[in-house]
Design a protein around this ligand. Structure first.
Ligand SMILES: Cc1cc2ncn([C@H]3O[C@H](COP(=O)(O)O)[C@@H](O)[C@H]3O)c2cc1C
Ligand SMILES: O=C(O)c1cccnc1
Length: 340
Protein backbone atom coordinates (compact mmCIF):
# COMPACT_ATOMS: atom_id res chain seq x y z
CA UNK A 1 0.00 0.00 0.00
CA UNK A 2 2.66 2.47 1.13
CA UNK A 3 4.76 1.74 -1.96
CA UNK A 4 1.89 2.73 -4.22
CA UNK A 5 1.90 6.31 -2.84
CA UNK A 6 4.13 8.56 -4.94
CA UNK A 7 1.85 11.56 -5.50
CA UNK A 8 -1.00 13.44 -3.83
CA UNK A 9 -3.32 11.99 -6.47
CA UNK A 10 -2.37 8.49 -5.30
CA UNK A 11 -3.59 9.46 -1.83
CA UNK A 12 -6.79 10.92 -3.33
CA UNK A 13 -7.39 7.69 -5.23
CA UNK A 14 -6.82 5.53 -2.15
CA UNK A 15 -9.12 7.73 -0.04
CA UNK A 16 -11.98 6.62 -2.32
CA UNK A 17 -11.45 2.90 -1.65
CA UNK A 18 -10.76 2.74 2.09
CA UNK A 19 -11.68 -0.45 3.96
CA UNK A 20 -14.92 -0.22 5.96
CA UNK A 21 -15.96 -1.36 9.44
CA UNK A 22 -16.68 -4.98 10.36
CA UNK A 23 -20.40 -4.79 11.17
CA UNK A 24 -20.64 -8.51 11.89
CA UNK A 25 -18.09 -8.14 14.73
CA UNK A 26 -20.14 -5.23 16.10
CA UNK A 27 -23.34 -7.32 16.01
CA UNK A 28 -21.59 -10.04 18.01
CA UNK A 29 -20.24 -7.42 20.45
CA UNK A 30 -23.79 -6.10 21.02
CA UNK A 31 -24.95 -9.67 21.70
CA UNK A 32 -22.14 -10.21 24.17
CA UNK A 33 -22.88 -6.88 25.85
CA UNK A 34 -26.57 -7.74 26.22
CA UNK A 35 -25.64 -10.76 28.37
CA UNK A 36 -23.50 -8.78 30.85
CA UNK A 37 -24.73 -8.09 34.39
CA UNK A 38 -25.91 -4.49 33.91
CA UNK A 39 -28.92 -2.76 32.42
CA UNK A 40 -28.49 -2.29 28.67
CA UNK A 41 -26.93 1.07 27.80
CA UNK A 42 -25.96 1.75 31.41
CA UNK A 43 -22.25 2.04 30.61
CA UNK A 44 -23.05 4.89 28.22
CA UNK A 45 -20.17 5.89 26.05
CA UNK A 46 -18.05 2.99 27.28
CA UNK A 47 -20.41 0.81 25.24
CA UNK A 48 -19.95 3.08 22.23
CA UNK A 49 -16.17 2.72 22.60
CA UNK A 50 -16.41 -1.08 22.69
CA UNK A 51 -18.49 -1.17 19.50
CA UNK A 52 -16.11 1.18 17.75
CA UNK A 53 -13.06 -0.92 18.74
CA UNK A 54 -14.92 -4.06 17.76
CA UNK A 55 -15.76 -2.73 14.28
CA UNK A 56 -12.16 -1.85 13.49
CA UNK A 57 -10.35 -4.67 15.31
CA UNK A 58 -12.84 -7.20 13.90
CA UNK A 59 -13.30 -8.76 17.34
CA UNK A 60 -16.55 -9.25 19.25
CA UNK A 61 -14.46 -8.82 22.42
CA UNK A 62 -11.93 -6.08 21.57
CA UNK A 63 -8.49 -5.88 23.17
CA UNK A 64 -6.22 -3.05 24.33
CA UNK A 65 -3.00 -5.03 24.59
CA UNK A 66 -0.79 -2.94 22.32
CA UNK A 67 -1.70 0.77 22.19
CA UNK A 68 0.72 3.02 20.30
CA UNK A 69 1.50 6.71 20.79
CA UNK A 70 3.13 8.27 17.70
CA UNK A 71 4.66 11.73 18.05
CA UNK A 72 5.64 13.63 14.89
CA UNK A 73 7.76 16.79 14.96
CA UNK A 74 8.32 19.50 12.38
CA UNK A 75 9.29 23.16 12.14
CA UNK A 76 7.29 25.99 10.60
CA UNK A 77 8.37 28.86 8.34
CA UNK A 78 5.69 31.10 9.85
CA UNK A 79 7.41 30.82 13.27
CA UNK A 80 9.47 33.80 12.02
CA UNK A 81 6.42 36.00 12.75
CA UNK A 82 6.80 35.33 16.47
CA UNK A 83 3.36 33.71 16.79
CA UNK A 84 4.35 31.32 19.61
CA UNK A 85 5.38 32.03 23.20
CA UNK A 86 8.42 29.78 22.61
CA UNK A 87 11.30 29.80 20.09
CA UNK A 88 11.40 27.27 17.24
CA UNK A 89 14.48 25.62 18.82
CA UNK A 90 12.10 24.09 21.39
CA UNK A 91 10.79 21.65 18.76
CA UNK A 92 14.13 19.85 18.60
CA UNK A 93 14.73 20.16 22.34
CA UNK A 94 11.39 18.51 23.01
CA UNK A 95 12.17 15.70 20.55
CA UNK A 96 15.24 14.95 22.68
CA UNK A 97 13.02 15.11 25.75
CA UNK A 98 10.55 12.62 24.19
CA UNK A 99 13.43 10.29 23.41
CA UNK A 100 14.71 10.46 26.99
CA UNK A 101 11.22 9.89 28.38
CA UNK A 102 10.84 13.28 30.09
CA UNK A 103 7.74 14.77 28.42
CA UNK A 104 4.09 14.64 29.50
CA UNK A 105 3.34 12.16 26.72
CA UNK A 106 5.96 9.73 28.07
CA UNK A 107 4.35 9.69 31.52
CA UNK A 108 0.83 9.25 30.17
CA UNK A 109 1.87 6.59 27.67
CA UNK A 110 3.54 4.80 30.61
CA UNK A 111 0.23 4.74 32.48
CA UNK A 112 -1.58 3.37 29.40
CA UNK A 113 1.20 0.91 28.62
CA UNK A 114 1.64 2.45 25.15
CA UNK A 115 4.83 2.36 23.14
CA UNK A 116 5.97 5.91 22.17
CA UNK A 117 7.22 6.19 18.58
CA UNK A 118 8.94 9.52 17.79
CA UNK A 119 9.52 10.74 14.22
CA UNK A 120 11.25 14.08 13.59
CA UNK A 121 10.75 15.44 10.08
CA UNK A 122 13.69 17.52 8.78
CA UNK A 123 13.80 19.82 11.81
CA UNK A 124 16.62 21.82 10.19
CA UNK A 125 14.38 22.52 7.17
CA UNK A 126 11.24 24.36 8.28
CA UNK A 127 8.32 24.61 5.88
CA UNK A 128 8.12 27.68 3.63
CA UNK A 129 6.33 30.82 4.83
CA UNK A 130 2.75 30.01 3.74
CA UNK A 131 1.73 33.67 3.66
CA UNK A 132 3.84 34.02 0.50
CA UNK A 133 3.98 30.52 -1.04
CA UNK A 134 2.77 26.95 -0.37
CA UNK A 135 4.27 25.52 2.83
CA UNK A 136 5.78 22.59 0.93
CA UNK A 137 6.25 20.97 -2.44
CA UNK A 138 4.16 17.98 -3.46
CA UNK A 139 7.23 15.73 -3.06
CA UNK A 140 7.84 16.88 0.57
CA UNK A 141 4.17 16.50 1.38
CA UNK A 142 4.05 12.94 0.01
CA UNK A 143 7.28 12.07 1.81
CA UNK A 144 5.96 13.34 5.18
CA UNK A 145 2.65 11.56 4.61
CA UNK A 146 4.50 8.29 4.05
CA UNK A 147 6.63 8.81 7.18
CA UNK A 148 3.34 8.97 9.10
CA UNK A 149 1.89 5.92 7.37
CA UNK A 150 5.06 3.94 7.95
CA UNK A 151 5.29 4.82 11.67
CA UNK A 152 2.10 2.90 12.49
CA UNK A 153 2.76 -0.44 14.17
CA UNK A 154 0.71 -2.96 12.14
CA UNK A 155 -0.01 -4.88 15.37
CA UNK A 156 -1.18 -1.87 17.38
CA UNK A 157 -4.62 -2.23 18.96
CA UNK A 158 -5.17 1.55 19.17
CA UNK A 159 -3.26 4.46 17.62
CA UNK A 160 -2.91 7.80 19.45
CA UNK A 161 -1.27 10.35 17.10
CA UNK A 162 0.51 13.37 18.55
CA UNK A 163 2.78 16.24 17.48
CA UNK A 164 5.37 18.79 18.42
CA UNK A 165 6.06 21.85 16.27
CA UNK A 166 6.46 25.40 17.53
CA UNK A 167 3.96 27.57 15.61
CA UNK A 168 1.66 24.70 14.69
CA UNK A 169 -1.51 26.15 16.23
CA UNK A 170 -1.14 28.87 13.56
CA UNK A 171 -0.83 26.23 10.84
CA UNK A 172 -3.86 24.33 12.23
CA UNK A 173 -5.87 27.57 12.29
CA UNK A 174 -4.89 28.31 8.67
CA UNK A 175 -6.01 24.79 7.69
CA UNK A 176 -9.41 25.27 9.34
CA UNK A 177 -9.89 28.75 7.90
CA UNK A 178 -9.18 27.45 4.39
CA UNK A 179 -11.42 24.41 4.87
CA UNK A 180 -14.40 26.18 6.43
CA UNK A 181 -14.02 29.96 6.09
CA UNK A 182 -15.56 32.16 8.78
CA UNK A 183 -13.28 34.83 10.24
CA UNK A 184 -9.59 34.05 10.78
CA UNK A 185 -9.99 34.85 14.50
CA UNK A 186 -12.64 32.13 14.89
CA UNK A 187 -9.88 29.55 14.57
CA UNK A 188 -7.27 31.17 16.76
CA UNK A 189 -6.40 30.72 20.43
CA UNK A 190 -3.43 31.37 22.69
CA UNK A 191 -1.47 28.21 21.79
CA UNK A 192 1.51 28.06 24.16
CA UNK A 193 0.29 31.25 25.89
CA UNK A 194 0.89 34.23 23.60
CA UNK A 195 0.29 37.90 24.44
CA UNK A 196 -2.08 40.32 22.71
CA UNK A 197 0.43 41.58 20.13
CA UNK A 198 1.36 38.01 19.20
CA UNK A 199 -2.31 37.09 18.99
CA UNK A 200 -2.94 39.91 16.55
CA UNK A 201 0.02 38.86 14.42
CA UNK A 202 -1.29 35.30 14.44
CA UNK A 203 -4.68 36.47 13.17
CA UNK A 204 -2.91 38.48 10.47
CA UNK A 205 -0.79 35.48 9.35
CA UNK A 206 -3.88 33.28 9.06
CA UNK A 207 -5.88 36.00 7.27
CA UNK A 208 -3.02 36.55 4.80
CA UNK A 209 -2.71 32.84 4.12
CA UNK A 210 -6.39 32.82 3.24
CA UNK A 211 -5.92 35.75 0.85
CA UNK A 212 -3.11 33.93 -0.91
CA UNK A 213 -4.59 30.41 -1.14
CA UNK A 214 -8.36 30.87 -0.69
CA UNK A 215 -9.25 31.22 -4.37
CA UNK A 216 -7.01 28.48 -5.70
CA UNK A 217 -7.26 25.70 -3.15
CA UNK A 218 -8.88 22.52 -4.48
CA UNK A 219 -9.50 20.07 -1.62
CA UNK A 220 -8.41 19.04 1.89
CA UNK A 221 -5.14 17.48 0.73
CA UNK A 222 -4.30 20.65 -1.18
CA UNK A 223 -4.95 22.66 2.00
CA UNK A 224 -2.58 20.31 3.84
CA UNK A 225 0.20 20.95 1.35
CA UNK A 226 -0.38 24.72 1.19
CA UNK A 227 -0.58 25.62 4.89
CA UNK A 228 0.18 22.43 6.83
CA UNK A 229 3.38 21.50 8.61
CA UNK A 230 5.44 18.36 8.04
CA UNK A 231 4.34 16.90 11.39
CA UNK A 232 0.70 17.67 10.57
CA UNK A 233 1.05 15.92 7.20
CA UNK A 234 2.67 12.95 8.95
CA UNK A 235 -0.24 12.77 11.39
CA UNK A 236 -2.64 12.69 8.46
CA UNK A 237 -0.53 9.89 6.97
CA UNK A 238 -0.65 7.93 10.24
CA UNK A 239 -4.43 8.31 10.54
CA UNK A 240 -4.80 7.17 6.94
CA UNK A 241 -2.28 4.32 7.43
CA UNK A 242 -4.15 3.09 10.50
CA UNK A 243 -7.30 2.91 8.42
CA UNK A 244 -5.62 0.63 5.90
CA UNK A 245 -4.41 -1.56 8.76
CA UNK A 246 -7.91 -1.39 10.32
CA UNK A 247 -6.51 0.05 13.55
CA UNK A 248 -8.85 2.34 15.51
CA UNK A 249 -7.48 5.86 16.08
CA UNK A 250 -8.03 8.08 19.11
CA UNK A 251 -7.65 11.67 17.94
CA UNK A 252 -5.97 14.29 20.12
CA UNK A 253 -6.60 18.05 20.19
CA UNK A 254 -6.69 20.93 17.73
CA UNK A 255 -3.57 20.12 15.70
CA UNK A 256 -4.44 16.44 15.36
CA UNK A 257 -8.01 17.44 14.52
CA UNK A 258 -6.80 19.76 11.76
CA UNK A 259 -4.69 16.95 10.27
CA UNK A 260 -7.69 14.61 10.35
CA UNK A 261 -9.98 17.30 8.93
CA UNK A 262 -7.93 17.54 5.73
CA UNK A 263 -8.72 13.85 5.10
CA UNK A 264 -12.38 14.37 6.01
CA UNK A 265 -12.66 17.32 3.61
CA UNK A 266 -11.23 15.16 0.83
CA UNK A 267 -13.34 12.08 1.56
CA UNK A 268 -16.25 12.14 4.06
CA UNK A 269 -15.88 8.53 5.20
CA UNK A 270 -12.18 8.76 5.95
CA UNK A 271 -12.54 9.26 9.73
CA UNK A 272 -15.00 6.45 10.48
CA UNK A 273 -12.24 4.63 12.37
CA UNK A 274 -11.53 7.66 14.60
CA UNK A 275 -12.88 8.76 17.96
CA UNK A 276 -12.01 12.12 19.50
CA UNK A 277 -10.23 11.77 22.82
CA UNK A 278 -10.81 15.24 24.21
CA UNK A 279 -11.93 18.77 23.44
CA UNK A 280 -8.94 21.13 23.51
CA UNK A 281 -9.20 24.57 25.08
CA UNK A 282 -8.11 26.02 21.71
CA UNK A 283 -11.43 27.56 20.63
CA UNK A 284 -11.11 26.37 17.03
CA UNK A 285 -11.23 22.75 18.13
CA UNK A 286 -14.93 22.86 19.14
CA UNK A 287 -15.83 24.37 15.79
CA UNK A 288 -13.74 21.79 13.99
CA UNK A 289 -15.45 18.95 15.87
CA UNK A 290 -18.87 20.30 14.87
CA UNK A 291 -17.74 20.34 11.25
CA UNK A 292 -16.49 16.75 11.31
CA UNK A 293 -19.48 15.61 13.38
CA UNK A 294 -17.62 14.11 16.33
CA UNK A 295 -18.11 14.50 20.09
CA UNK A 296 -15.04 14.41 22.33
CA UNK A 297 -14.84 11.85 25.12
CA UNK A 298 -13.16 14.12 27.67
CA UNK A 299 -13.15 17.79 28.55
CA UNK A 300 -10.03 18.50 30.59
CA UNK A 301 -9.04 21.98 29.36
CA UNK A 302 -5.88 20.50 27.85
CA UNK A 303 -3.89 22.59 25.39
CA UNK A 304 -0.68 20.67 25.06
CA UNK A 305 -0.81 18.34 22.07
CA UNK A 306 1.86 15.58 21.85
CA UNK A 307 -1.08 13.13 21.80
CA UNK A 308 -1.64 13.62 25.56
CA UNK A 309 -5.44 13.88 25.40
CA UNK A 310 -5.65 10.89 23.06
CA UNK A 311 -3.60 8.73 25.43
CA UNK A 312 -5.66 9.80 28.48
CA UNK A 313 -8.79 8.85 26.51
CA UNK A 314 -7.05 5.54 25.74
CA UNK A 315 -7.32 4.84 29.49
CA UNK A 316 -11.08 5.21 29.19
CA UNK A 317 -11.01 2.80 26.26
CA UNK A 318 -9.07 0.37 28.46
CA UNK A 319 -11.76 0.72 31.16
CA UNK A 320 -14.47 0.03 28.55
CA UNK A 321 -12.68 -3.10 27.32
CA UNK A 322 -12.14 -4.33 30.92
CA UNK A 323 -15.91 -4.25 31.53
CA UNK A 324 -16.81 -5.83 28.21
CA UNK A 325 -14.26 -8.62 28.49
CA UNK A 326 -14.32 -9.24 32.25
CA UNK A 327 -17.92 -8.91 33.38
CA UNK A 328 -20.00 -11.99 34.18
CA UNK A 329 -23.15 -12.77 32.22
CA UNK A 330 -26.59 -12.82 33.91
CA UNK A 331 -26.64 -16.57 33.39
CA UNK A 332 -23.18 -17.30 34.83
CA UNK A 333 -23.66 -14.98 37.81
CA UNK A 334 -27.17 -16.19 38.58
CA UNK A 335 -28.58 -12.67 38.30
CA UNK A 336 -32.14 -12.22 37.00
CA UNK A 337 -31.97 -10.56 33.61
CA UNK A 338 -35.19 -8.50 33.75
CA UNK A 339 -37.10 -7.70 30.57
CA UNK A 340 -34.32 -7.95 28.00
C1 LIG B 1 7.86 22.99 26.09
C2 LIG B 1 6.71 22.71 25.15
C3 LIG B 1 6.20 21.42 25.04
C4 LIG B 1 5.14 21.18 24.17
N1 LIG B 1 4.49 20.06 23.87
C5 LIG B 1 3.55 20.33 23.00
N2 LIG B 1 3.54 21.63 22.70
C6 LIG B 1 2.57 22.24 21.83
O1 LIG B 1 2.79 23.62 21.61
C7 LIG B 1 3.08 23.93 20.26
C8 LIG B 1 1.98 24.71 19.60
O2 LIG B 1 1.77 25.96 20.17
P1 LIG B 1 2.24 27.29 19.43
O3 LIG B 1 1.49 27.36 18.14
O4 LIG B 1 1.85 28.39 20.38
O5 LIG B 1 3.72 27.21 19.25
C9 LIG B 1 3.25 22.60 19.57
O6 LIG B 1 4.60 22.28 19.53
C10 LIG B 1 2.43 21.69 20.41
O7 LIG B 1 2.62 20.37 20.26
C11 LIG B 1 4.54 22.20 23.42
C12 LIG B 1 5.04 23.49 23.52
C13 LIG B 1 6.14 23.75 24.38
C14 LIG B 1 6.67 25.15 24.49
O1 LIG C 1 -5.07 21.19 21.16
C1 LIG C 1 -3.90 21.06 20.74
O2 LIG C 1 -3.59 20.14 19.97
C2 LIG C 1 -2.85 22.06 21.16
C3 LIG C 1 -3.17 23.23 21.78
C4 LIG C 1 -2.18 24.11 22.13
C5 LIG C 1 -0.86 23.80 21.86
N1 LIG C 1 -0.56 22.67 21.25
C6 LIG C 1 -1.53 21.80 20.90
Amino acid sequence: MLRSITSMDDIRRLLKVLPGPDEEAAIQAVKHDSRLTKPRGSLGRLEEIVLWLSRWQSRDVPVMGRPQSCVFAGNHGIACYNVSAFPAAVTRQMVENFTRGGAAINQLAGVLGAEVTVRALHLDQPTQDFTIEPAMSEASCVEAFCVGFDAVDPDATLLCPGEMGIGNTTSAAAICHLLWGGRAADWIGIGTGIDKAQYERKVDVVARSYQLHGDVVTDGLDVLQRVGGLEIVAMAGAIFGARWLRIPVMLDGFICGAAAATLFATSRDSLMHCMVGHGSSEPGHRLLLERIGKRPLLDLDLRLGEGTGAVIAGLIARAAVACHSGMASFEDAGVDSGHL
